[in-house]
Structure formats: C-alpha cells, structure tokens
Design a protein around this ligand. Structure first.
Ligand SMILES: [Zn+2]
Ligand SMILES: [Zn+2]
Length: 152
C-alpha cells in the first residue's frame, strides 16, 4: 500500500544534490520520473531520443549514477547484469522485488534490513554506511506462463 506521504510537488527540487542541473540532466530526471519503474540507461536514452531530446548516452548514464549516489534513485541489476534505475520520490529509500523475466518491480518491506544496517552503522565506526539489497525472482504471471508452456 503506497502511503500519501510521498511529497509529490517539485520532484526536481532536491535533485540539485547531483550537481548543476543542466537542461540535459533535467530531461534525464524528468524521463526517469515518467518511466515509473526500473529502466536502463540505454532504454532511457532511446525514450529521450524518441521525444526529440538529444541527450548523449554517457550523460544519461552519468546522471542516473549520480542520482543513485545521491540517494534519489534505486538501483537493481537485471538478469543480464545491466543496471536499472528507478526514481525515488522521497528520502526514504526502498527495496524492490524485481522479476528477472519481465522486469516487473514492486516495493517490499525491508524493516529488518534497515534495523540491521542501522545497527552496523552505529557500532562499526564507519561513516556514511549505505547498503544495496537486491531481490529478484520470477513473478506470478511469468511463473504461470512457464507452467502453461510446460503443459503444452
Ligand atoms: Zn514477470
Ligand atoms: Zn534499505
């Protein structure tokens, strides 16, 4: 259940974290927000090109990487190892379960992981402790498609 505490207005306001917001970077962030799911740099680059925005692939990639580093994008890897990004609207990061077949992603409860990470951060003496947790599998739709194919 999505809560409505995700502050919708001015999604670009704190994206200045990633540095100077050039027109091109703004276009990349905007396209990522509109993608509403995990998307790779190449796919986003293609969408921008289709919309008439001539943003180089390396700029797309750099912007996505900077967003993830600034905590404003979630990052997973697909089955082929490609990095996929998804815009994170609020400061609370989320973890996702992603289907390796169709790319479907959905947020999952990560309370125990956050508690564990917080404890490690507090007791290790490390600063800026971050974590990446990736969960992947085969979604129910893809699973039943396989089952149907096997029955044939
Ligand atoms: Zn699937
Ligand atoms: Zn987490």
């Amino acid at each position: 259940m999505e809560s409505d505490r995700q502050h919708a207005p001015a999604p670009l306001a704190d994206v200045t974290l990633i540095g100077r917001l050039t027109h091109q970077r703004t276009a990349v962030v905007d396209a990522l927000i509109r993608a509403e799911g995990f998307v790779g740099a190449q796919a986003l680059h293609n969408r921008l090109a289709a919309d008439g925005s001539a943003v180089g692939l390396s700029t797309v990639y750099r912007t996505l990487t900077a967003l993830a580093a600034a905590g404003r994008a979630d990052l997973v890897r697909d089955a082929a190892g490609e990095r996929l990004f998804r815009y994170r609207p609020g400061p609370d990061h989320r973890h996702y379960l992603i289907c390796t077949e169709c790319g479907l992603s959905r947020p999952v409860d990560s309370g125990p992981v956050e508690d564990w990470a917080d404890t490690i951060a507090q007791t290790s003496g490390f600063a800026n402790v971050r974590h990446t947790v990736e969960l992947s599998g085969v979604c129910p739709d893809c699973g039943s498609r396989h089952a149907a194919a096997e029955r044939r």
